[in-house]
Design a protein around this ligand. Structure first.
Ligand SMILES: Nc1ncnc2c1ncn2[C@@H]1O[C@H](COP(=O)(O)OP(=O)(O)OP(=O)(O)O)[C@@H](O)[C@H]1O
Length: 306
């Protein structure tokens, strides 16, 4: 059932990727180079306008880059539509169809991969009846049907653009649980944008942080957290050299700083590992902090496994 045997080790590979929506517009994505390892559940995070939706739409083949290249499961974007599911912020469904008709359409469009039981389960867990018309559903209920349609085809790669934004908290929690357990079981690669960091921390094992159209952080969440330390103590940011100070703030007579370690930290500083939220907030507040991509995410030294 799993498609990992034919899935390359790298799900997405961007090289100098850029996208401008108009000649005079600032680039929505600018010189992005990164790898997204296959089989990971990745959070795509960044402030409004950072380029998250643009990246997901490029990966789905709905937009074309204006610079650089993007490979998706080793192919051009859009080439492997049956293996890639994209769910954007607009969920195009036919209002006149029933839920059952919609899922039948999914089965017809994906004859070799359709998992009818899985699609039906996603719908049933929302207490929806197959005979209900799409036009009579709430926004959150439509989201659930759109997810069933996208996931029923058992994609190797799921591109989800704020997929749960209009679901109530309980539905979000339950649906996210179903989706992630299933992705883990099938080795599916997920790239999911969201602004709800606490939710991402529970389910994601990989992170891409975008800011101003550039990659700011990329890598396994544990590796990224381990590369940073929160320090508190008396002294100035200059005293923290040779570490990279991502962000520092006054605290009492000294300061609290998030640093990227270069060797051991002077024991005069109190240290602790940051939470994912602290890591993200410090980088979001310091847009000029240097980018960090862990080795599995950088395009430089890693050999692609065919
Ligand atoms: N269709 C479009 N035409 C022109 N500019 C666009 C278009 N779509 C996005 N942009 C611009 O590209 C930049 C990146 O937008 P994008 O939607 O990718 O950001 P985002 O990170 O998804 O933001 P949000 O968190 O608000 O959804 C923004 O400056 C936006 O104004």
């Amino acid at each position: 059932m799993s498609s990992t045997s034919t899935t390359p080790a790298v799900a997405l590979e961007a090289t100098g990727l850029g996208k401008r929506y108009g000649r005079k517009a600032a680039p929505a994505l600018d010189d992005c180079s990164f790898r997204l390892p296959a089989g990971r559940i990745s959070a795509l995070v960044g402030p409004n306008g950072a380029g998250k939706s643009t990246l997901l739409a490029l990966a789905a083949g709905l937009l074309h880059p204006t610079a650089g290249t993007l490979r998706v499961l080793g192919a051009a974007p859009g080439e492997l539509r049956d293996r890639v599911a994209y769910l954007g912020q607009n969920k195009p469904l036919y209002p006149q169809l029933t839920i059952a008709d919609t899922l039948r359409m999914g089965a017809e469009l994906n004859p070799s991969r359709w998992d009818a039981a899985y699609a039906a389960r996603i719908v049933e867990e929302g207490a929806l009846h197959p005979g209900q018309k799409i036009r009579g559903l709430s926004g959150g209920q439509r989201t659930r049907v759109a997810l069933a349609l996208a996931l029923g085809k058992r994609p190797a790669l799921m591109l989800l653009d704020e997929p749960m934004a209009d679901l109530d908290p309980l539905a979000r929690h339950d649906l996210m649980g179903t989706l992630m357990a299933d992705a883990a079981e099938h080795g599916t690669t997920v790239l999911m944008s969201s602004h709800i960091v606490s939710e991402l921390a529970d389910v994601c094992d990989h992170l891409l942080l975008l800011g101003g159209g550039r990659i700011r952080l990329g890598g396994g969440i544990d590796d990224l957290l381990a590369a940073h330390t929160l320090v508190t103590g008396r002294g100035t940011a200059a005293d923290l050299a040779p570490h990279t100070v991502v962000e520092s703030r006054p605290a009492g007579r000294g300061l609290t700083a998030l640093i990227r370690r270069e060797g051991p930290v002077d024991p005069a500083w109190q240290t602790e590992e940051p939470s994912l939220e602290e890591l993200l907030l410090a980088h979001l507040r310091s847009p000029d902090a240097p980018a960090l991509l862990t080795p599995a995410t950088t395009t430089a030294p890693l050999a692609v496994q065919a």
